[in-house]
Design a protein around this ligand. Structure first.
Ligand SMILES: Nc1ncnc2c1ncn2[C@@H]1O[C@H](COP(=O)(O)OP(=O)(O)OP(=O)(O)O)[C@@H](O)[C@H]1O
Ligand SMILES: [Mg+2]
Length: 381
């Protein structure tokens, strides 16, 4: 399968559980089937039926397929308000930036990647529609912003009620006041309003589908994102609800903690971190602070995994040692897998841990899992 990136800057339970495991063979279609499933959208984009979208705290990623070529489109999940005047609008048009003007307050909001650029120019932080994996309760404009970002990435369906799988986080084990149900249903209603048949899929379970086909969809997937780290333990693609959970800590935690330690803005730490660091060879004071909070996050995640899985009485009997796949933008630094392996091997589980591997595409694996589920729907037609 060829993977095409449309945005180089970085590059979505119930229904999902009824679906069968998916293999990449689903894209091996006959010419006749291909023609039947390929349509043209209103904006002349030709693609096959079925679309996936990963709706994350830091980034949203949609995925479509044409033949055997997958296209990912990415948008930073952020916005920033600037003065509403002709000069601002002219500048934004020149930058070809996404922006909207609020109907009631008349405020001008820059949306997506350019919001981060603007925030850095003004030495301020961007605002985010999601916080720790769910729609932010603190941001008045959160709903309007996330709707714009999602519609921008999905576009219109190419057929009435085209199937769209979207990622949803699992309930965190370390937070009580969490509203995953509200989050999931708001997103579902938005995607439905664009004309799609919107179906939720657990974030880490999507990674099981995209990354563990060689292991018959058996193993554990971890998604180290911005706001959360999500887990899923699956046997032949099936996962019990209590084997999908999360902790409300990930990249944002590293950024804000390291920033407080060295006296910088969190967005500055994000930039240093995303440039690429080696967790076994940090360079200078800022990278050292980032490395310290990486170690702290990995330890926290391994503790939560050990505690939660050892208290479960519904674990399957895995006949073989299980593979763990590490994904999400926060798993990108050099030697992340080595640091994780050292920490997890000190833990006791009711099964044997086998291979630990990084996802083939850590920033797009969730979206691809959503797409594979959507395509599977048309294969079953
Ligand atoms: N090269 C990199 N090195 C380190 N961290 C990175 C890199 N690229 C992106 N990140 C970080 O990865 C995180 C985004 O990852 P991802 O897109 O998987 O999260 P998300 O899906 O938006 O969030 P969540 O799943 O928590 O809702 C951010 O914290 C970002 O700073
Ligand atoms: Mg994510």
């Amino acid at each position: 399968m060829n993977i095409k990136m449309e945005n180089e800057d970085k590059k979505v339970e119930e229904e999902a559980q009824e679906d069968k495991p998916i293999t990449e063979e689903i894209v091996e279609k006959t010419e006749e089937e291909k023609t039947k499933r390929r349509r043209r959208s209103k904006n002349q984009e030709v693609r096959d039926l079925g679309i996936g979208i990963d709706i994350g705290t830091g980034f949203c990623v949609s995925s479509t397929i044409q033949g055997d070529e997958v296209t990912f489109r990415t948008q930073r999940d952020a916005f920033f308000s600037i003065e509403n005047n002709e000069m601002s609008k002219g500048m934004l048009d020149k930058l070809d930036a996404n922006y909207i003007i609020s109907e009631d307050t008349k405020k001008l909001f820059v949306v997506g990647e350019e919001a981060l650029q603007m925030a850095n120019v003004f030495n301020k932080e961007t605002r985010r529609p999601l916080s720790k994996g769910c729609i932010s309760t603190r941001e008045q404009e959160a709903l309007a912003m996330i709707k714009i970002i999602i519609h921008g990435l999905l576009g219109d369906p190419i057929t009435k009620n085209e199937v769209c799988y979207f990622s949803v986080p699992a309930k965190p084990v370390d937070q009580d006041d969490y509203n995953v149900i509200y989050h999931e249903n708001v997103l579902k209603s938005f995607i439905k309003s664009f004309g799609y048949d919107a179906r939720p899929l657990n974030e880490s379970r999507a990674i099981i589908f995209s990354e563990l086909s060689d292991e018959d969809f058996t193993g554990m997937a971890l998604s180290f994102g911005s706001g959360m780290t999500n887990f899923c333990l699956a046997f032949m693609g099936i996962s019990e609800n209590d084997h999908m959970f999360s902790v409300a800590r990930a990249g944002d935690y590293i950024d804000s903690s390291a920033a407080a330690a060295v006296g910088l803005k969190a967005s500055k730490i994000t930039a240093i971190k995303e440039k690429g660091i080696d967790l076994l060879n940090p360079n200078g004071r800022d990278e050292m602070a980032i490395k310290i909070y990486y170690d702290n996050l990995i330890q926290y995640v391994c503790d939560a995994l050990e505690q939660k899985l050892n208290s479960s009485d519904t674990l399957p009997n895995f006949p073989e040692p299980i593979t763990i796949v590490l994904s999400g933008g926060t798993s990108k630094p050099i030697n992340f897998d080595k640091v994780f392996e050292e920490a997890i091997m000190k833990k006791q589980f009711p099964f044997k841990v086998g291979k630990i591997k990084l996802a083939s595409d850590q920033l797009n694996a969730v979206s691809k899992g959503c797409l594979l589920n959507a395509l599977n729907n048309y294969r079953q037609e």
